[in-house]
Design a protein around this ligand. Structure first.
Ligand SMILES: *[C@@H]1O[C@H](CO)[C@@H](O)[C@H](O)[C@H]1NC(C)=O
Ligand SMILES: *[C@@H]1O[C@H](CO)[C@@H](O)[C@H](O)[C@H]1NC(C)=O
Ligand SMILES: *[C@@H]1O[C@H](CO)[C@@H](O)[C@H](O)[C@H]1NC(C)=O
Ligand SMILES: *[C@@H]1O[C@H](CO)[C@@H](O)[C@H](O)[C@H]1NC(C)=O
Ligand SMILES: *[C@@H]1O[C@H](CO)[C@@H](O)[C@H](O)[C@H]1NC(C)=O
Ligand SMILES: *[C@@H]1O[C@H](CO)[C@@H](O)[C@H](O)[C@H]1NC(C)=O
Ligand SMILES: *[C@@H]1O[C@H](CO)[C@@H](O)[C@H](O)[C@H]1NC(C)=O
Ligand SMILES: *[C@@H]1O[C@H](CO)[C@@H](O)[C@H](O)[C@H]1NC(C)=O
Length: 545
């Protein structure tokens, strides 16, 4: 009897302790759990998630492209005739919609959609089929659109910084005032070179998944686009610290020490650099020539066996893409570069789209006051490589253990191989330098290279017989291998007599000796004046992006 009483007493005490303990941890804010949101990738290489709108009388279910440059959500409305016939949202059959009379235009770099604003209860579909509910989300219901919708994709979920009041993040922060931030991680699977559809990876909603990244996370403040950084391409930028491009012909172009405003958005399947930067890379790639033009960028075509890589640095984090990601073979057999240049020669921003994002782990975090931080880290190799083996383990039981050992041995072997210094140095090996004196067959193609898609004379390809080549001249005249080509820019080539810089088209340089012929020189070309502020001339920020 006494024992029973003592036992009950102790039990009560421990329950009390547990309860108060739980209260204390609650008060110090339990971080949210990771919700896994599956991402699909369709044959147009659009990355999308599923969102159910309303639930009364029944959910209307849509694929939404993910975009990080804006916080606006847009859906095709059922009355839209120019939305490409995608599945559309009908507010009149929803009992939870709150209509408004306000309308707005939502632009991406590809197109624009316009319509009225509604507030609707939405649910983001998780991997296990449950929905993460976010009520009263502001949604633009498009009744008119131009080049905005991709087949089968009904709209766009804005997961970016601004306008913050339209963001699912602010909505959640308002309902969770004790939480310091709304965060999510992006782990995308790479785009397919054959345009097939498949898994696009996943989002780690509310709480990034640490097992998906390794090494240090570099954090960058998101700078809101404003009159000082006026572009309407994105609502925010981070500062990239440097980029460099190197190739088998022995070149090395770098830029650092200047403000490199960059935005990362998986909505775009491109990497876009300012004109001077992109041209400084392609001028070093033998056989590269201007090819096609999208709504916002010019692309190059280049030999399918081109070898080069582009590396970018954010703080202590650095990563690079090589030709396997940078060169894509089209259905017609032509190889084009993923890295493009802005059509607008005054644009100084850098866009790193899905081919870049897919190799890394990205984190976006928004504080209660709307300040944004972007984190970037290397994707954990463990996470990608072992998951097939883990599945095999479930299916094959003990056999898989043997398989794992073999796989591990092979991985270790390859890792060891990769670390060996000979394979590391391949890209800059002198034995691979393309002979730059071979000019015999370049004449016919050279003429076509000198005009862009609208017939303007834009640039001259390397290896023209009578001109100093980017990769062939002048080092003997210049003792230093380093010289500014644009603020912080340097081009260095390994071959002995192989140095060339931008020439300002100021009269004494005629067009045959100028590698890059611009209608107006970009602001950073002139090396004789102090580096101009890269962001001029100012353009007005468009209110809605
Ligand atoms: C949207 O764009 C159209 C055409 O460019 C313009 O007439 C209209 O005023 C814009 N609407 C808003 C809300 O900005
Ligand atoms: C940005 O604004 C300019 C002019 O205001 C316009 O010509 C351009 O198309 C806009 N770009 C985007 C991506 O909306
Ligand atoms: C799906 O996962 C979430 C978060 O882990 C959980 O709250 C929910 O109960 C799960 N739903 C089902 C049907 O298992
Ligand atoms: C989302 O909508 C689809 C289609 O109406 C429905 O089958 C599904 O059950 C909904 N999911 C949730 C979690 O409500
Ligand atoms: C949604 O908004 C309406 C009106 O603005 C408000 O009455 C309702 O409480 C809100 N619901 C939630 C869950 O915030
Ligand atoms: C505009 O952006 C600049 C540079 O990103 C920043 O220094 C400045 O504080 C911003 N101005 C406003 C009003 O937000
Ligand atoms: C290219 O040049 C930069 C700066 O000089 C240097 O940090 C980088 O290691 C070089 N890359 C290669 C592959 O030589
Ligand atoms: C993939 O799609 C793009 C654009 O839709 C097209 O230009 C390209 O030829 C396609 N590539 C292949 C291999 O089908």
């Amino acid at each position: 009897m006494l024992f029973a009483f003592l036992f009950a007493f102790c039990y009560c005490l421990s329950v009390l302790a547990a309860v108060s303990g739980a209260r204390i941890t609650k008060r110090t804010v339990t971080p949210p759990q990771t919700l896994v949101i599956p991402v699909s990738r369709d044959e147009n290489q659009v990355y999308s998630v599923m969102v159910n709108m309303s639930s009364n009388p029944s959910p209307q279910s849509f694929a939404f492209a993910i975009s990080t440059s804006t916080a606006i959500t847009t859906v095709a409305g059922s009355s839209c005739n120019s939305c490409g016939g995608v599945p559309s949202y009908n507010p009149s059959i929803s009992s939870s919609v709150q209509q408004s009379t306000k309308s707005q235009n939502v632009s991406t770099m590809n197109g624009v959609a316009s319509g009225t604003l509604v507030q609707e209860n939405c649910g983001l579909i998780q991997r296990n089929g449950s929905a993460w509910l976010y009520p009263n989300q502001t949604v633009t219901v498009a009744n008119q659109a131009t080049s905005f919708f991709s087949p089968g994709v009904s709209g766009m979920i804005g997961m970016g910084l601004a306008p913050f009041e339209d963001s699912p993040a602010q909505n959640w922060l308002l309902h969770n005032p004790t939480q310091l931030a709304f965060s999510y991680g992006i782990a995308l699977d790479p785009p397919s070179s054959s345009n097939s559809s498949g898994s696009g990876g996943e989002l780690h909603w509310l709480q990034p998944d640490q097992s998906f990244h390794e090494g240090e996370v570099t954090w960058k403040s998101m700078l809101a686009a404003n009159a000082t950084n006026p572009s309407n391409m994105s609502s925010w930028y981070v500062e990239m610290d440097a980029w460099s491009a190197t190739g088998s012909s022995g070149f090395n172009v770098t830029q650092s020490g200047t403000q490199l405003l960059t935005f990362l958005d998986p909505l775009y399947a491109d990497i876009v650099f300012p004109q001077g930067a992109a041209r400084s890379i392609y001028a070093n790639i033998p056989g590269a020539s201007k090819h096609s033009t999208s709504a916002f960028a010019h692309a190059w075509k280049l030999p399918c066996d081109s070898r080069f890589s582009v590396a970018v640095t954010f703080g202590s984090f650095s990563t690079s893409l090589d030709q396997s990601a940078l060169v894509v073979k089209q259905a017609d057999g032509v190889c084009v570069g993923i890295l493009q240049e802005w059509i607008d020669q005054t644009s100084t921003e850098y866009l790193l789209g899905s081919p870049f994002i897919a190799g890394l782990y990205l984190i976006f975090s928004y504080a209660q006051n709307g300040q944004g931080t972007m984190g970037v880290a290397a994707r954990s190799s463990k996470n990608n490589r072992l998951s097939p083996a883990v599945i095999a383990g479930v299916v094959l039981g003990t056999l898989a253990v043997l398989a794992l050992i073999v796989i591990a041995a092979v991985l270790v072997y390859f890792a060891w191989l990769r670390r060996s210094p000979t394979s590391h140095k391949r890209k800059v090996s002198k034995s691979e330098i393309t002979p730059f004196t071979d000019i015999s067959d370049s004449s016919p193609s050279r003429d076509s290279r000198q005009r862009d898609h609208i017939g303007r004379r834009t640039w001259l390809a390397p290896n023209t017989p009578d001109s100093p080549d980017w990769a062939t001249t002048l080092l003997s005249d210049r003792s230093s291998p380093n010289s500014n080509t644009f603020p912080g820019g340097t081009t260095y080539s390994e071959s002995r007599s192989s140095q060339q810089y931008y020439n300002n088209a100021d009269g004494n340089v005629n067009s045959t000796t100028s590698l890059i012929q611009l209608d107006t020189p970009p602001p950073y070309v002139n090396t004789t004046t102090p580096p101009p502020v890269p962001l001029l001339p100012l353009r007005k920020t468009r209110r809605l992006l």
